[in-house]
Design a protein around this ligand. Structure first.
Ligand SMILES: *Cc1c(COP(=O)(O)O)cnc(C)c1O
Length: 362
């Protein structure tokens, strides 16, 4: 089976991990501190708060801006369940909205239409790595005290749009950069950074290093066990130092697919734009379920990202008709995509897709 995605390691990760194990600090320690600084340098931002996953990062960022019972969070239905579960866990209501048909990302007008007096946050999803620009409605959102928290789990390395958003990255197994599991948040302000650091450590105000020197500590507010362990940070640091190579490979692979598929009968490419380090390559095709089966039967690791959330049993209370999302959900197909693939592999896979499509299109 040609897998549709798999972790891409350079080699030194295993040694770095072993050193972190031998160093004996298994929580947030020197590796995580260094990783935060290196990420901030790379992203050209003031500060980065490492967390145990993007799911955790989204949860803490939502909680920090006051999302809880009685509030609503505007979010596309077309995303991984990890975007939605933190909203529900906090006792808030997800307000599902449609995406644009060509990008699978939300647009400012759709966000604005969904605002109610209960709206506390909007979570745009950077689908496939595509930056989402909500700056045209940012002043209005700010006036209404609505926070933008970007789910950039699929967008590490993509161009950052300067603005007012808190950004959450994932360093999960198949993301652009992996820490095996992990994530990071770019806070908007130093106050937010401080709140997130406290919340990722069970609401305790002092750092682990400070705590061992005193006889007490203060639990100031809500919190979870959400730090990025040093072992994971050590892996992330190796990956970050070699990220340029991975970014180039991902862009070359996506371009090879685009060249082979653009204009092909029956195929619509979901374009990630020129500012992305692509996470995947997604097409829309007629007869998707059959095409999916034909390709899987040939051992080609295609997938579907994602079955929409507003149709999931867990989120049935908040469902509403979303025609654009529902139509796209029947057509989207993710092609095999990982940095170890060569452009030739993409051309071969594209040919197999076109062959599988012949029956649908003719
Ligand atoms: C991977 C992913 C997440 C979750 O990231 P974790 O680090 O695994 O928690 C959230 N949203 C999207 C869009 C993702 O692709």
């Amino acid at each position: 089976m040609r897998h549709n995605a798999r972790p891409y390691l350079h080699g030194p990760e295993t040694v770095a991990m072993a050193r972190a194990v031998e160093a004996g600090q298994y929580g947030h320690g020197p590796q995580a501190d260094a990783f935060e600084r290196e990420l901030a340098d790379y992203l050209e931002v003031d500060d980065v708060v490492a967390v145990s996953s993007a799911t955790m990062g989204i949860h803490l960022a939502l909680q920090a801006c006051g999302v809880g019972p009685g509030t609503e969070v505007i979010v596309p239905s077309q995303t991984f369940a990890a975007t939605i579960q933190p909203i529900v866990a906090l006792g808030a209501a997800p307000r599902f909205i449609d995406h644009a048909p060509d990008t699978l990302c939300v647009e400012p007008a759709a966000v604005r239409e969904a605002i109610t007096p209960a709206t506390r946050a909007v979570v745009p999803v950077l689908y496939g790595g595509r930056p989402v620009d909500l700056n045209t409605i940012a002043p209005e959102l700010r006036r209404r005290n609505i926070h933008i928290i970007e789910d950039a789990a699929q967008a590490f390395g993509s161009r950052r749009i300067k603005g007012l958003a808190t950004t959450v990255y994932s360093f999960g197994p198949i993301k652009q950069l992996t820490a095996l599991v992990g994530g990071a948040t770019v806070p908007r302000t130093s106050e937010e950074a401080k709140a997130l650091r406290q919340m990722r450590c069970l609401g305790i105000t002092s750092s682990q290093a400070d705590r061992i020197r005193t006889t007490t500590y203060t639990v100031q507010g809500p919190g979870l066990r959400g730090v990025l362990p040093d072992v994971n940070a050590a892996v992330g640091r190796v990956q970050l130092a070699r990220f340029t190579e991975v970014a180039a490979r991902r862009i070359a692979l996506w371009n090879a697919y685009a060249q082979a598929l653009r204009g092909a009968p029956g195929v619509t490419l979901v374009d990630v734009g020129s500012d992305a380090v692509p996470f995947n390559c997604v097409v829309r095709v007629p007869g998707r379920d059959r095409v999916h089966k034909v390709l899987r039967d040939r051992g080609i690791g295609v997938g579907v990202h994602y079955p929409p959330n507003h149709l999931q049993p867990a989120f049935a209370r908040w469902t509403r008709p979303l025609p654009v999302t529902e139509r796209a959900a029947k057509e989207i197909l993710s092609l095999p995509f990982h940095p170890a693939m060569a452009p030739d592999d993409a051309r071969w896979t594209a040919a197999a897709l076109l062959e599988a499509l012949t029956n649908e299109v003719l």
